[in-house]
Design a protein around this ligand. Structure first.
Ligand SMILES: Cc1cc2nc3c(=O)[nH]c(=O)nc-3n(C[C@H](O)[C@H](O)[C@H](O)COP(=O)(O)O)c2cc1C
Length: 184
């Protein structure tokens, strides 16, 4: 069967960890956010808000703050290179960081924001952009100063930290587990 554009995007989207220098144009950011809002959500609550960070200095500072939190909780030993060196191995020097926030203690937040992330990733792919979910960056929720700097309200938390940019690497899919589909 000929592969349609959606199937191709699902198969070929990859988590990108090397980015070109050039920024993501405003129109593309608007497209990503517009696609995001089309995501399904429990009871159509649409619990997400977006903090868009394009200032490279700010992204670097947030990366350093994630590293600091990782060191504080002892993760740095397991991922020593990632959280101790000067290189940005948190956000991979991506030119666009979107922090998706959701109400604290909302039971569907993780699922809603996870689905939203994939919607944005597929939209990004269609625009020639690479993307990656940065779970480690949820450590920013432990950093009051960072939350204040970003303007995250006290009743919300960062649920899905997402990076985007023009890819500077081409990747094959990492190994997938065989699918086990029971038919009953
Ligand atoms: C919830 C979640 C958290 C993730 N956190 C990170 C992260 O902190 N850093 C990173 O480099 N990749 C992270 N990833 C990307 C995964 O490593 C990646 O999706 C996986 O290896 C499969 O590769 P693919 O996305 O190219 O198919 C995360 C992915 C998900 C879904």
């Amino acid at each position: 069967m000929a592969e349609n554009a959606v199937m191709k995007a699902i198969r070929e989207r990859r988590s990108i960890r090397k980015y070109e220098e050039n920024p993501v144009p405003k129109e593309a950011i608007d497209e990503l956010l517009s696609a995001a809002t089309m995501s399904p959500s429990a009871m159509n609550r649409q619990p997400w808000d977006f903090i868009v960070v394009t200032d490279r200095k700010m992204i670097k500072e947030l990366s350093d703050r994630v590293k600091k939190q990782m060191r504080l909780v002892g993760y740095a030993q397991k991922y020593a290179e990632r959280f101790t060196g000067g290189e940005d191995l948190v956000f991979y020097s991506a030119p666009l960081l979107v922090l998706v926030t959701a109400p604290k203690d909302y039971e569907w937040a993780g699922l809603d924001c996870g689905i939203l992330a994939q919607t944005m990733f597929l939209a990004a792919y269609s625009l020639g952009l690479g993307s990656c979910f940065i779970g480690f960056a949820r450590m920013l929720n432990k950093d009051g100063e960072a939350l204040e700097m970003l303007g995250v309200p006290p009743d919300r938390e960062i649920c899905a930290p997402l990076i985007f940019g023009y890819p500077a690497e081409k990747k094959e899919a990492p190994e997938r587990k065989p699918k086990i589909a029971k038919r009953v």
